[in-house]
Write a protein that binds this ligand. Structure first.
Ligand code: C2E
Ligand code: CA
Ligand code: CA
Ligand code: CA
Length: 274
């Protein structure tokens, strides 16, 4: 029995070791990807539910792995966060998204120019001069700050992130839009929201079938004068509910999957109906 226990322990050790090696390998592959620029962005339309027009596009990162193909963020974001690689990756995402929105703006008439919405992680503020980086990237791409929205997780509304909100206030005064992502998951209070520089809240896709909760979140947001975007709109019934509740903007597979930059432009130009 003692021998069996020992064998089990060895197997457990080998398993742990395997998981650690896998993580280290992922990290070094990711490091390589960041230096080689092996990423791409997909752009998912944010749609006016009453007119079907796209008002903006959320930029979603994918790892374009040379042998494994396209890898979703769920598989590498945790390692990117832990290792700090999310900082240089985030810089690439911002530059690439602004480069793409600049192309759209050059092509489209003034009345149809969408913004691009970029997810940012707290580490990007702490490591590196984020405010200057955003201003420089906008200038380099040649688009005004109104072409950019930044998405921050609702978790940042909790205490202890004042320095980040100071930076966001500067960017918002400059003209960049600020959105709170995953809205409803952390029960931010009206007071938390009111004292932060926020324009938009995005209702988390996890609430798609909770009518009462969605109604409450929409009412709260509207009371505070915030724009609401509902994520995870997958059915006509969900869309109709949102329209009835007074939430005019949605994002989700019913409206459109994430697209590449060219497809996104085609939709905006009206070649493909939304
Ligand atoms: P998120 O910010 O909540 O982004 C929305 C996610 O929902 C995307 O997954 C999108 O493809 C997916 N989605 C879109 N429509 C539907 C729908 O109708 N139903 C459902 N169930 N899902 C839908 P994706 O692209 O896999 O991204 C996952 C998460 O990775 C994002 O969640 C975001 O938190 C993070 N992420 C993506 N790009 C970046 C980035 O550039 N930087 C950072 N820091 N995080 C990113
Ligand atoms: Ca987001
Ligand atoms: Ca979200
Ligand atoms: Ca989410």
């Amino acid at each position: 029995a003692k021998g069996a226990g020992k064998n089990q322990w060895r197997r457990y050790q080998a398993h742990l070791h395997g998981a650690m090696v896998e993580r280290l390998e992922l990290r070094s592959a990711l490091d390589h990807a960041v230096h080689e620029g092996h990423f791409l962005l997909a752009y998912q339309p944010i749609v006016d539910l009453t007119t079907d027009e796209a008002v903006g596009f959320e930029a979603l990162v994918r790892w374009h792995h040379p042998t494994r193909g396209v890898i979703a963020p769920a598989e590498f974001l945790e390692v990117a966060e832990e290792s700090g690689l999310v900082v240089p990756m985030g810089r690439w995402v911002l530059d690439q998204a602004l480069h793409t929105v600049a192309q759209w703006w050059r092509t489209l008439p003034r009345s149809r120019r969408p913004y691009v919405s970029v997810n940012v992680s707290a580490r990007q503020f702490r490591e590196g001069n984020f405010v200057e980086q955003v201003k420089q990237s906008l200038a380099y791409a040649g688009v005004p700050p109104q072409a950019l929205m930044l998405e921050l997780s609702e978790a940042l509304l909790d205490g202890g992130h004042d320095a980040i909100w100071d930076d966001l206030a500067v960017l918002r005064d400059f003209g960049v839009g600020i959105a709170v992502d995953d809205f409803g998951t952390r029960h931010a209070s009206p007071g938390d929201l009111r004292r932060r520089p926020v324009d938009v809240v995005k209702i988390d896709k996890g609430f798609a079938d909770d009518t009462t909760l969605i109604a409450g979140l929409v009412t709260l947001a509207r009371t505070l004068g915030l724009t609401v975007i509902a994520e995870g709109v997958e059915s006509p019934a969900h869309r109709d509910l949102l329209i009835r509740l007074g939430c005019p903007l949605g994002q989700g597979y019913l409206l459109s999957s994430p697209l590449d930059g060219t497809e996104a432009l085609s939709r905006m130009s009206g070649h493909l109906p939304l």
